[in-house]
Design a protein around this ligand. Structure first.
Ligand SMILES: [Zn+2]
Length: 269
């Protein structure tokens, strides 16, 4: 499953949707991000964490509340859980859990851990909030737009940017919450690159990159997609040409149609 690895980070890639699960090992702790998808995949990540943790505490970070990103929660019962205030306060937790159960039933999947909504130990409520774990520090930025409860996390001293469902090289923006907020989140890229010595970006789907130009390129492509989609809707033009550079179009067109519906609502059309 390993897509990228160095001394401090292992990025696992699921067979489904190129979803990434990240394990960061520092002198002070082990940080696990969105451990997910198939039972054997969650098991592989858990086994790896158990192998490297020694006596270090495990922190489990959720980038946002989409069901595919939180379904591994129960496999790490001893972890200290970090997520946004918005994820913590969601009113539709039962619905999110139900989506996991529907998926597992659909494919006759059994898991050796319970499925439940994460109980959050460390709630991130401020943009720029910092969590220090001895010599390791995590700086969080609110990342709304895809959902209303996303977080960017910068792990230092290693310069790892955990981006959740933004800045992917395989997906255009999937906008479930707000296109305007999505643009504001993308705009944080410049601030983050200025404030932090970013050495690696890990998106929630797709490929990690060590290349700053590549991060800027992904930001620009996402912004272009949103702005061109908005302008296409306003002038009643077709917008499916925006998907030309992506693979998996038979599935992705549904997400594009979802974006069209949301933007139409926002514009009032
Ligand atoms: Zn996702």
């Amino acid at each position: 499953m390993i897509q990228f690895k160095n001394n401090h980070i292992t990025v696992f890639e699921s067979q489904l949707f190129k979803t990434t699960s990240t394990v960061i090992e520092t002198d002070d702790c082990v940080i696990v991000v969105d451990p997910t998808w198939l039972p054997s995949e969650v098991e592989e990540i858990r086994d790896y964490v158990n192998k490297i943790k020694n006596k270090k505490p495990i922190y489990l970070l959720f980038t946002h509340s989409d069901w595919d990103h939180i379904l591994g929660y129960g496999a790490f019962p001893d972890a200290i859980v970090i997520a946004s205030k918005e994820l913590y306060e969601r009113k539709d937790k039962d619905q999110i859990i139900n989506q996991i159960k529907v998926f597992d039933d659909k494919y006759y999947i059994d898991r050796d851990y319970p499925i439940s909504y994460p109980k959050i130990d460390i709630v991130v409520s401020e943009d720029g909030q910092v969590l220090n774990i001895e010599g390791t520090s995590l700086t969080f930025y609110k990342a709304k737009g895809h959902t209303d409860d996303g977080l960017f996390s910068i792990v230092e001293p290693y310069g790892i940017w955990i981006a959740g469902d933004y800045l992917s090289d395989v997906e255009f923006p999937y906008i479930y919450f707000s296109s305007e907020e999505y643009e504001k989140t993308l705009a944080k890229t410049d601030l983050i690159l200025k404030k932090h010595d970013v050495k690696l970006l890990v998106p929630g789907h797709g490929h990690a990159t060590e290349n700053i130009d590549e991060i800027q390129k992904r930001k620009k492509e996402s912004l272009d997609y949103i702005r061109e989609l908005r302008s296409a809707i306003l002038s009643k033009r077709d917008s499916f040409y925006l998907l030309e550079k992506y693979s998996y179009l038979r599935a992705m067109k549904d997400f594009h149609e979802g974006n069209i519906r949301l933007l139409k609502k926002e514009i009032g059309k």
